[in-house]
Design a protein around this ligand. Structure first.
Ligand SMILES: [Zn+2]
Length: 168
């Protein structure tokens, strides 16, 4: 038995000199606005994970009203969501995601983001895929008002794979 989950997120641009995407700090002419470090990609992935395991959403677990979440590293948030998923008996089989950003150009950063996400989740890089798209100069992404991210994850039961490894 497998479980599929979907997550999406959007953060607005604000003044700043860098932003965080997929756990990677990227120097840029703007920052992303958010209560935590506003890592829109890691938030979408965390929601996909929680969704697949029927564990609610990231807002339930890390409310933006909580002082402890101010400026919080989203890598830590994602790792805690992953832990909850594992405690529920699941682990990531594969993860696919897309970042929609007019700027910065993300093509050269996709591999770094993939490797970082795989490390946070404790999976191999070939279980993770990161895609990048622009907004074609229309909508909030294309007008450089925001960055969006979407993620789909497939979970497999921890026990089943463990048994298979033992049999080999
Ligand atoms: Zn977010």
């Amino acid at each position: 038995m497998y479980r599929v989950g979907y997550g999406c997120d959007l953060h607005r641009f604000t003044e700043g000199s860098s932003l965080r995407l997929g756990g990677v700090t990227i120097p840029f002419s703007h920052a992303l606005l958010g209560h935590s470090d506003a890592d829109v990609l890691l938030h979408a992935i965390a929601d996909a994970l929680l969704g697949a395991a029927a564990l609610g959403d990231i807002g339930d677990r890390f409310p933006d009203t909580a002082e402890e979440n101010r400026g919080r590293d989203s890598a830590e948030i994602l790792a805690l969501c992953n832990e909850a998923v594992e405690q529920a008996g699941w682990r990531v089989s594969n993860l696919d995601c897309v970042v929609c950003a007019e700027r910065p150009k993300l093509g050269a950063l996709k591999t770094r983001m993939r490797d970082r996400i795989a490390a946070i989740l404790g999976v191999r890089p070939d279980q993770v895929n990161v895609k990048a798209k622009t907004g074609e100069k229309v909508g909030p992404v294309g007008r450089m008002e925001a960055i969006e991210a979407r993620a789909v994850v497939l979970l497999e039961p921890v026990g089943k794979e463990g048994a298979k490894e033992q049999a080999q």
